[in-house]
Design a binder for this molecule. Structure first.
Ligand code: KG4
Ligand code: ZN
Length: 358
């Protein structure tokens, strides 16, 4: 039977609701909060939680309207139950519980990271097992997806996520937010070889990464130019942005190469690699990883941006898979700020702009 699932997502700074029937995304509504947090240089948890609570009901109504259905037509209600900012996750969980209690429909708590990690399945572009790189403002990890609730994390950042590093670099260079697109634009005309930036953890085996040191190196390089030339020209900005983007691309490419080696040892029937998260929009990073996969004979898949970044369609889809497997929750479902996909790996250090790293 093809299930019709309402999905709800509110773990960070996007309030989202969607209706998914099987692999058909009937609606996917996202209310972003970028403007609300713009003055603070990062997501303010209290502001985020209040905005989610205000918007979530409208968002659900809109998702149902656009899909052309009512709550009666829904088979289950899937909601992000973590990891993320606790106030936001709670807003979604409370909304979903209210709907489940009022309608008697099943409630399904979904791991936000599982939502991202299963998006290539929603798009039917891969088969299990596939290798996944989740790379955004809050996440950076390599996962091998074996099944809808079976993931092995084989590496990740030990401090900042790359998106966070892009955002900080934009601030250091006086470019706009969000930093990723601004740095990418500036880098387009830059010389990536003028400044030498570190490639952290490259000399260590394994797939772990570190990006916080790059920020300090960027400040030092920028200040060096300012002292020497009494200011920063557009050309300097472009060269610094290009050097930074090249450093991130080099690290992600080398670590993906290692992750692919580990993944290939499983002898997958149809070797596949998928990337998701906002940083997957970066054209240099995407092109480097695509070339790497082509060289290694691995299928490369990158969801369209609207499904790469936070959305509720991925939550509805992941919820549908859980429901099919009989993995339902009840009104005791709780919000979990930390919820690793693979609980056999040790907790990661640090906490990004978007809360604890899972
Ligand atoms: O997935 P996302 O929308 O939210 C989460 O962090 O979960 O990712 C947002 C992040 C931001 O840090 C943004 O700067 C980065 O993705 N980003 C990019 C690009 N577009 C967005 N980073 C590098 N290059 C881009 N073109
Ligand atoms: Zn996310």
């Amino acid at each position: 039977m093809t299930l019709t699932i309402l999905g709800i997502e509110s773990s960070c700074d996007d309030t989202a609701a969607a209706v998914v029937r099987g692999t058909n995304v009937m609606s996917s509504i996202v209310y972003g909060q970028t403007a609300l947090h713009a003055d603070f240089g990062g997501v303010v948890p209290e502001i985020a939680a209040r905005a989610h609570a205000e918007k979530i009901d409208h968002c659900v109504e809109e998702a149902l309207d656009v899909a052309g259905i009512t709550l009666d037509d829904i088979d289950g209600i899937a909601v992000t139950a973590g990891p993320g900012l606790i106030g936001g996750v709670l807003s979604g969980v409370m909304c979903a519980k209210g709907l489940a209690a009022a309608t008697g429909k099943p409630l399904i708590g979904v791991n936000h990271l599982a939502g991202h990690a299963l998006t290539p399945m929603l798009l039917k572009s891969v088969q299990f097992p596939y290798l996944m790189l989740l790379v955004s403002g809050g996440h950076c990890q390599f996962l091998i997806a074996h099944g809808h609730d079976q993931f092995t994390r084989i590496g990740g950042t030990i401090d900042d996520a790359p998106g966070e590093a892009f955002d900080k670099t934009a601030r250091i260079l006086g470019l706009g937010q969000p930093g990723g697109p601004a740095v990418q634009d500036a880098a387009a005309t830059g010389d990536a070889t003028r400044f030498k930036l570190p490639r952290p953890l490259m000399d260590r085996p394994g797939c772990d990464m570190s990006f916080s040191g790059l920020k300090t190196a960027m400040i030092r390089a920028r200040d060096g130019v300012i002292v020497e030339n009494q200011g920063l020209t557009k050309g300097d900005q472009a060269d610094l942005a290009a050097a930074f983007q090249r450093a991130i691309a080099d690290v992600l490419t080398e670590k993906t190469d290692r992750a692919l080696t580990e993944y290939m040892s499983l002898s997958p029937a149809q070797p596949s690699f998928a990337i998701a998260g906002g940083v997957a929009a970066n054209s240099e990073i995407r092109a480097r990883l695509e070339t790497l996969c082509a060289d290694r004979g691995v299928i490369f898949s990158a969801p369209p941006l609207a499904l790469c970044t936070d959305n509720a369609a991925m939550i509805a889809y992941a919820g549908g898979l859980r429901m099919q497997a009989g993995q339902l929750d009840d009104l005791k479902l709780s919000a979990r700020p930390r919820w690793p996909l693979d609980d056999k790996t040790p907790a990661m250090l640090g906490s990004g702009k978007k809360g604890a790293k899972a």
